[in-house]
Ligand binder design. Structure first.
Ligand code: RB5
Length: 141
């Protein structure tokens, strides 16, 4: 599975920890920046990752900013993107099973690294259930 990942300056360190965690589980991860903690703007990276996922260059995306809010709002502007911001694993799992989310976002100022890993695991391991949920997704589109 190929995962596109991006953040803002606030979340560069957590992003690197998540990349290493996922690579340790043999996921292919590409980092769309930023590559330093110099102040920048989350819409740049939210948009890059969302476009990569929307164009089917990647199976899914992970976005991290201070809260996960701004970067997920950005991603949801891109056609075909269903980005969820989660601070706990239950919503992450259900967001895949019911909403077929293709981008997961969270906040480096909200969750610690171990909780972030749990959220990522639940989301990546969950499967879309289809059926009645597919009708609803089509209604969103
Ligand atoms: C940056 O200060 C902060 O606004 C950003 O990381 C994020 O939390 C926005 O939603």
């Amino acid at each position: 599975m190929k995962i596109a990942i991006g953040s803002d300056h606030v979340a560069v360190e957590m992003k690197q920890q998540i990349i290493e965690y996922l690579e340790g589980k043999n996921y292919l991860v590409e980092d769309f920046g930023p590559y330093s903690s110099e102040r920048t703007d989350y819409p740049i990276y939210g948009m890059k990752v969302a476009e990569e996922v929307s164009n089917n260059n990647f199976d899914c995306g992970i976005l991290i900013c201070g809260t996960g809010v701004g970067i997920s709002i950005t991603a949801n502007k891109v056609q075909g993107i269903r980005a969820v911001v989660c601070s706990e694993p239950y919503s992450a799992k259900l967001s895949k099973e019911h909403n077929n989310t293709n981008i997961l976002a969270f906040g480096a100022r909200v969750v610690g690294i171990e909780l972030a890993k749990m959220i990522v695991d639940e989301w990546l391991n969950a499967k879309f259930e289809g059926g009645r949920h597919l009708n609803r997704i089509n209604m969103i589109e």
